[in-house]
Design a protein around this ligand. Structure first.
Ligand code: NAP
Length: 335
């Protein structure tokens, strides 16, 4: 079967190769992959910035969707033809995280989804929402589950205000899921064009941070001087100081990403004075994914994506590097 693999780090070093046909063990499932989506993490993995000591060759990408092709002799929950997606951490089925559960991440600890066929644990799959095609379903395992957990952990009531940063995968899912929950959403982005499209999805107010780097003042203006209830923090060190100034007293920060450059001086006293709750998010469990899928199915939510053939996988990663995209970048194996 064909697969993309990292034999040496770097987008230009990715290899499109023939690999041995994977065979499912007794408790495993063979999946024909129809579509794969990219996360910023995949870019870091391919460039050797995520884990420079990663054993190579490695098939990248955590997120894919497809159909069950065969099942092992002890598999009870899946049959040929089922429409499925892999879960990000193959060992995190339910409950709180543990060192054991967070091992086994696809496209990191173990081979990922950028292949014609993959073998996954019986417990490492979810059924995909019925109204979604494979390209749409392939966007869900990492970015959507992460956004879901950022919101679920904050337990906000309708009418609360959140801030999202940028218009990439996690942020757009946070927008779409927040609108389902009746929340007001503010967004800072580098792209007027992407912001215009985000407004069509329900975005309430926006600012281009290229023209106005002091976006924390804008957030305070938008919230009557109080600050927002929750920040879906994908920027990391470079944005956290402004996030701390933008969050309301007693508000929450879901700390997710590492997109930005080095930090200004971190205003640590603000964490104490405002009694900010900062919660780290690392994707989530299979149960989180299943709960999210119920909401997505009920609302008939459709992910925002741009798809191209899988021969173009390196081009998708380069586009992610340029950060010009909206929502998710996807490759499809057929059609
Ligand atoms: N902890 C977890 O479990 C988890 C899960 C998923 C992702 N992540 C992390 O979350 C981050 C986002 O991932 P993703 O896959 O959604 O990325 P993505 O699709 O590549 O989106 C990145 C977007 O963020 C915006 N951006 C870049 N630098 C920014 C800055 N300094 N301030 C504000 N916005 C900025 C840009 O949007 P505009 O052009 O609109 O400005 C860019 O297109 C990454 O760091 C990723 O590693 C973590």
């Amino acid at each position: 079967m064909l697969a993309w693999q990292i034999a040496r780090f770097g987008i230009d070093s990715m290899e499109f190769v023939e690999r041995a046909e994977p065979e499912p063990g007794p408790e495993e499932v063979l999946v024909q992959v129809h579509a794969v989506s990219f996360n910023y993490r995949d870019l870091l993995v391919v460039k050797g910035l995520y884990n420079p000591k990663m054993a190579l060759p490695r098939i990248p990408c955590s997120d894919g969707a497809g159909q069950v092709l065969a099942v092992g002799s002890h598999v009870k929950n899946w049959k040929t033809g089922d429409r499925v997606a892999g879960i990000f951490m193959q060992n995190w089925v339910d409950g709180p995280p543990s060192p054991e559960k967070v091992k086994g991440a696809l496209g990191g600890d173990i081979d990922g989804m950028l292949a014609e066929r993959v073998v996954l644990k019986e417990s490492g799959l979810v059924r995909i929402p019925a109204h979604l095609n494979f390209a749409e379903a392939a966007t869900l395992p990492c970015a959507a589950v992460t956004a879901w957990n950022a919101l679920a952990g904050a337990r906000l009531m309708p009418g609360a205000t959140i801030l999202i940063q940028g218009t990439g995968g996690v942020s757009l899912f946070a927008l779409q899921l927040a609108k389902l929950a009746g929340l007001r959403v503010l967004c800072v982005s580098s792209s007027d064009e992407n912001l215009a499209r985000a407004r069509e999805l329900g975005l309430d107010a926006s600012l281009n941070y290229r023209g106005t780097p002091d976006w924390d003042k804008w957030v305070l203006d938008q919230t009557g001087g109080e600050g927002v209830d929750l920040i879906v923090e994908v920027g990391g060190a470079g944005t956290l100081p402004k996030s701390l100034r933008s969050v309301r007293m007693g508000g929450q920060i879901a700390q997710i990403g590492v997109l930005s450059g080095p930090s200004d001086q971190l205003p640590l006293p603000l964490v104490l004075h405002k009694q900010v709750q900062i919660k780290g998010i690392y994707v989530g469990s299979r149960r989180d994914f299943e709960q999210m899928n119920r909401a997505i199915e009920l609302a008939r939510l459709r992910p925002v994506l741009a798809a191209r053939p899988w021969a173009d996988a390196p081009a998708s990663l380069r586009q992610m590097e340029e950060a010009s995209h909206l929502g998710k970048l996807v490759v499809t194996m057929q059609g």
